[in-house]
Design a protein around this ligand. Sequence first.
Ligand code: DGJ
Length: 693
Amino acid sequence: MSTWTLTGATTEYTVAARGDRLDLVTWGPIGVSDGPSPYDFHGRVQYMLPGDVAATEYLPDGLRPFLGADLSVAGQGLTWRLLSVTEDDGLTATLADDVTGIEVELRWRFAAGTDVLERWATVSNRGDETVEITRLGSAAFCVPTPAGATLHYLHGQWAQEFTTGSTTLVRGRFEIGSAQGVTGHQFSPYLAVDNGDAMYGFQLAWTGSWSITADVDAAGLTRVRAGRDGLVRLAPGSAVTTPIALGVYAGDDLARHWHAYEQALAGERLSTAGRVIYNSWEATTFDVTAAGQLALADVAAGLGVETFVVDDGWFVGRHDDTGGLGDWTPDPAKFPDGFDAFVAAIRGRGLEFGLWVEPEMVNPKSALYAAHPEWVYQDSGRPRSTIRNQYLLNLGLDEVYEFVRDTLDRLLTDYPIGYLKWDFNRPRTEADRSAADLDGAHVRNLYRLLDHLRAAHPSVIVEGCAAGGARADIAMAARTDVLWPSDNTAPLDRLRIQHGFLSAHAPHLMSSWVTDAPGMFDPRPRSLAFRFVLASAGVLGIGADIARWSAEEREQAAAWVARYKQVRDVILHGSVHRIGSPDQARCAVQYSLGDRVVVLAWNPAGLDGSGGVPARDVRLPLRDLPPNARYRRVGTRISTGAVAARPYPGLTGQDTGGHGGGFEASGRHLTSVGLPVRWTAVYDADLFELERL
Ligand code: DGJ
């Protein structure tokens, strides 16, 4: 039996050839293969095939007919002959079905310096007939689950993205996915499996329709399959490469592996991440005027904002969401002195200029639609649906790709734009179902465009957005600088959304705005401090109507922006440890970079009569501090902007006081007992920077 071991930063993955099957032998910390495989099974295979039971890497339904195959072709039950296995920067294996002439090249590779295993497949048709691939998996990953599997996933809908969910599965199939031609609001292409001993994580780097399934079998194995959803037709001589599926063995801190992977994807660009932005959407919506935006820019500059982003509403025909999309020319009525002069005026205030676009879309009420109705997706002459009054352009067409590329090139060349927010506000509905690879054509051209932007306009920061977080996945993380997780900026909801986002994605990708209280979503009051600490958990932005802010609010805001700038390298480049959750009395995030530690903490709960009754401090147990090192808080507390409660009449007893906010403690104390916080009505969130003495 030949075996091959791939080695990542701290973990290894061993596969073996068993006849024509490639089976997983071990996956875990380096050295884990020194012992009997937890994937081998004993006993007889009854009423099914060995492929239904074995921990095999990639199987068609001729070999795994009953419990879920990774590759299915209409009208054929493919089987494999193993042709070759080669070690390169990872492992490459080729397998073939002799009847159809389908050949598959499988690839495995640990992403450099990480424990994230990248896997994908190229399926080639070397036969004479077109084949219809009905299931195109990228990979299957096996997890030993002799004691059952707990699955963790991220679900939602618009305004509720990245909600964490979990379920314990004793037997059967769990499936999440999207059939919308886009990643979608409903689920993130993310799954974690906890077998009681370790966490295993999975993601799919794909921005079209997708599916992730977990099959828990009767023999103690969970098989996670990640891949595309939807039909692909493969003509003779053609091939399709699947998206990359990622798997990681994580012990107990899965999110850190994803963050390290995404930080590596960002590479050099990470050094420019985290510029503080102002975005005008919530303040002005479609009512964009030069004067209104400049009034906001005046205040933004004073707060320490670095980039001013004009959102939707700046182009001709865009007075509301019924018109304009497709006609990407600044509206002269809104910018009477010209757009050049407007952009210069923004930049003259010391701000970089940013612009919102939604270039894959068109409104029926637009010059573009009048000129090119045939660019819109349609199913054989049937009616087309509008969503948010707009159609989706078929970006898979060369002429649409060129139109979008030229539009963006023109805007980025004509004006000194440093930041582009790329939105996408509707999924695909009707489409020509006879197309060979509908999703593939659109998604690949999207990637080509994003890659083009990086090559042709390298200094432009690109924010990915899709009606909130409907296009947030690892493939987008690889091609954009930052992602907009949700339109919901209500503090308590956002706390939950961000907590979920950080399960899968790194802080440098998490765009977050301080918005007004009451805002568009939630009237429950939270202090300005709460909202600033919350938005500081990733890339800080402000989306409030700051022209209306009082002098006191502006002063506090400027202090928070300055504080963020002092610690943003720790937040964006460090490692993350989430403490508690938004549903618990304690909720915080610790960021560590070398000796530097920053903790953002919020009170998501009530006050329970705080101050009027006996209580103990909330404690936030930190991680990874040398036990004997000593720490103290640096920097002063910024006033929170919260309103104090009226004193309750006739309370007896004495306030017994306590540590009073300042403290010094050892690493051992902070990791085992925790950082103390005492929330009150006027103190509901804070940013702690700890200094090692
Ligand atoms: C949806 C986005 O998520 C919002 O941030 C905003 O850009 C609007 N679209 C504008 O139409």
